[in-house]
Design a protein around this ligand. Sequence first.
Ligand code: SF4
Length: 62
Amino acid sequence: MFKIKQDLEKCIGCGSCVAVCDNWEMREDGKAHPKKTELEEIGCNKEAKEICPVECIEIEEV
Ligand code: SF4
């Protein structure tokens, strides 16, 4: 089980995570949000974390 955490304050809304992972979406606040924060598989969230230029995505194994 994986838990996704994001420091929304740091997100600059660049959209990179959305481009590489369908678990992420842009919302009206101009920032990206994870659709699901608890997942069985890490999947593309790993790429989202790696591509984020401000390193605001954390993935915890629980
Ligand atoms: S890659 Fe990072 S900074 Fe860019 S939208 Fe996603 S969470 Fe925000």
